[in-house]
Write a protein that binds this ligand. Structure first.
Ligand SMILES: [Zn+2]
Length: 383
């Protein structure tokens, strides 16, 4: 029950009973005990906010602690601090150079974590863990970013060990697209779904898979690497060493490369989007082509995973209106009928915040360690 509240933030007694599969009376008895222990509280604030919910929502006691999420993106880092009731207490971001050094980025992030903890009022001893997202696939057995990472200085680093030394807290590490997926399920566009594919299109193309409400990593953490699906084995070289991966056709560099001959070399993503939204036929065509190619790849994924929802995120999310039509059409054309008709294509609701929020969600999903008040007492005694 504590784990369910940690993962979901707010749940009523009736929802807890349904999810655990026990009677309402049994849930009520346990809830009364957990409220008595100070681990669970009734959230009158949430009840007042959403009067459509029947019953008083319960949360973990926000005073009992919280978690930190850190996202290292290609050119920025973001830190989010949230309490156990999933309320964001503090959040900020910093720019990173395109060719940033990973260790310097970790120094900067650790300083920001310290600053935001001070602002949030959460004591460092109350932080259950730090969930860190890194740019690129992570070997889940070692926690180290793999050579296909889009930022080379991260490759092979013991990120959990090194960042934990800097912040003095337990650290969990994952690919930031996986964290984006988790965040959209916990906080964002996929809240009503449990089987979800999250796609992040930017300079790199990444993805995350959530099945049954839990992140699906596969044997070594490589699941969701949609960007390296082979589209044409004789196509252009990809940074992973293969030819013709999806990323070389739909990633940001491909979009800008297609427009360079007609719009010049200084075009950037913001301009591309502004021009497309202003009606420029060339930019709209490039985004539509990207949607079609991406949709074909996603149709294959739909046939294998049969998700309920596909969330389009990353720097791509603001272009949703221009790409979602072609994506939808390609899925309808290329996926099996029942797989195509059962999937919704939705825009990310969390935008550039998704991955850092996912870091917080990762701690609540996998690193909580507060199953009972006794466990917490043991943890506190160990400090
Ligand atoms: Zn590749």
């Amino acid at each position: 029950m504590v784990q369910l509240l940690a993962e979901n933030g707010l749940l009523t007694r009736a929802e807890l009973a349904r999810r655990i599969g026990v009677s309402r009376a049994a849930v009520s008895m346990t809830v009364t005990r957990l409220i008595g222990d100070g681990l669970v509280v009734e959230s009158t604030e949430a009840a007042a906010r959403d009067q459509s919910v029947l019953g008083v929502p319960l949360t973990l006691n926000p005073l009992a602690g919280g978690a930190v999420g850190v996202d290292f993106a290609h050119q920025s880092l973001r830190v989010v601090i949230a309490d156990l009731a999933h309320k964001v207490l503090a959040e900020d971001s910093r720019e990173l150079a395109l060719d940033h050094d990973a260790r310097e980025a970790m120094d900067l992030a650790a300083a920001l974590v310290g600053e935001l903890l001070g602002r949030s009022g959460l004591q460092p001893s109350g932080v259950l863990g730090v969930g860190v997202g890194v740019p690129g696939a992570v070997d889940h057995r070692s926690g180290r970013p793999t050579p296909s990472s889009i930022s080379p200085s991260w490759v092979g680093l013991d990120v959990a060990g090194e960042f934990s030394e800097r912040v003095g807290m337990p650290v969990l590490v994952d690919n930031n697209a996986n964290l984006g997926a988790l965040a959209e399920v916990v906080w964002g566009a996929a809240r009503d779904f449990t089987d979800v594919i999250y796609v992040k299109v930017g300079p790199g193309v990444g993805g995350g898979i959530v099945l049954g409400g839990q992140l699906w990593r596969g044997a070594t953490g490589m699941s969701g690497e949609l960007g390296h699906m082979t589209v044409d084995e004789t196509g252009p070289m990809c940074r992973c060493g293969n030819r013709g991966c999806l990323e070389v056709y739909v990633g940001l560099w491909a979009q800008l490369g297609a427009l360079r001959p007609v719009l010049g070399g200084r075009l950037d993503q913001a301009e591309l989007l502004a021009l497309a939204q202003g009606g420029d036929r060339r930019c709209r065509r490039v985004l539509a082509d990207v949607g079609t190619t991406l949709g074909k790849a996603l149709a294959n994924v739909c046939n294998i995973i049969n998700p309920e929802a596909i969330v389009l995120g990353g720097e791509f999310a603001p272009a949703f209106d221009l790409v979602s039509g072609p994506v939808r059409e390609a899925i309808n054309t290329f996926a099996l009928h029942l797989a195509a008709t059962s999937v919704e294509v939705v825009p990310s609701q969390l935008g550039e915040r998704a991955e850092a929020l996912g870091g917080v969600a990762l701690v609540f999903h996998e690193g909580v360690g507060l199953a009972t008040p006794a466990d917490r007492a043991v943890r506190a005694a160990a400090k």
